[in-house]
Design a protein around this ligand. Sequence first.
Ligand SMILES: [Cu+2]
Length: 492
Amino acid sequence: MNTITRRQALLAGLGLASTSALAACGAKQPSPASTTPATWAIPTQTPLATPAGATTVTHTLTPRPVTLDLGGVLAKTWAYTDELDGNVLRGKAGDLFRVTVDNQLPTATSVHWHGIALRNASDGVPGVTQDPIAAKSAFTYEFVAPHAGTYFFHPHSGVQIDRGLYAPLVLDDPRDPGDHDAEWVLVLDDWTDGVGKSPDAIFADFKANSGPLSQGMNHDMGGMDHGSSPLGDAGDVSYPHYVVNGRIPAAPRTLTARPGDKVRLRLINAGADTIFKVGLSGHRLTITHADGFAVQPVEATAIYLAMGERIDATVTVGDGVFVLQAAPEGKTGTPARAIVKTGAGSIPPATTRIPELGGKAALGTALRAADAAKLPDKEPEQTLEVQLNGQMKPYAWGINGKKFGEDTPLSISPGQRVRMRMTNMTMMAHPMHIHGHTWSLPGSNGLRKDTVLLLPMQTIEADLQADNPGAWMLHCHNIYHAEIGMMTSLRY
Ligand SMILES: [Cu+2]
């Protein structure tokens, strides 16, 4: 999401590198929510303090131009692998990851380890935590991944996530292997690259129609297919295809198990502009984890998954053929799907919607933290106001009245418990994502989440413990919103 130009803009917004943090501290500052912009240097790759007995997971990622077979539809795109299935990067909580990115793309890239409370220098944000990884060059990320759960990784460069550049990252919990018989990792995505308009062209059109950010409430409903979703205006872009593990619904992946097996689903929304509503025909799902962390288990017929969100659920599968379907919320288009096959039966047409998607669905923010996942109780020492602003016409999205590059970073102190009071002043839903931390939502029994969907005009309070110093991005996970300006950073 950052280029050199953007980095220069960021530094300019900070008042140049010569402004010393000490001088800023000495001056009497008004202390509203966002405070002193400090100077920031890209952290150096210091040696890691690895936990005793940590295993090292070594891996190489080669982002490159590829032709993916989406199931009879060939897409010339960019990806890390020749297939978007079976490429889970896996380790245990506490493992040391050493991942070299060998950039074979014609342009610069980066890799962000979404949801991982890693050290800042490996967070993968060009212009903030590292220089971009130039074309035909390599960079090695080195970090300890402290918490078990379902995560994924993707570039933090332009709109590259809207190509095939993503993969799941699963961290197992050695103390809690789970009692399931099988596990399915399912990545949902909205697909246009190589078959429709390119993500760069989509963004260029938005940019050509961009303008100033409106302040305050905005009732513009300029998005597509609006009005059909209880979530408000759910997306801006109409995609030719919606896919599960890189396959269009006419040529879906098949997931097999024995009747009666307990299966753990790890659902990841890697989409750029699409909230999915997910269900499994003939079954109810028991939600067990949100964004990697345990929740009080709850049964649901269907689940919403916004961009950047992950949900783990268990299900005891029946005997037959079933459809796991992911419908693009508020959009037309054939829902993505995978086929669950445990016995005999026929596969329904791709356009058949499963009845489970006809009613209400669980929202991630309505879940409640399991006791074991909670942060220790503490009253916030500082509250930061985070207002989401913007509209479709002219196309502009921002935070606290500013687009990224003109923003004032949020400043806090190490060790603080900080409350972010996030208010969506727009008529669109925005999944807000924080890097390097997992929030605790006081309104949801301390629910832990790194990606929180804010519905139109909704306010959600989200606390974090400032235990991982650095410069951490806070942004909407709609990549077009983030790239036009709905992004800022938190620094300490
Ligand atoms: Cu947004």
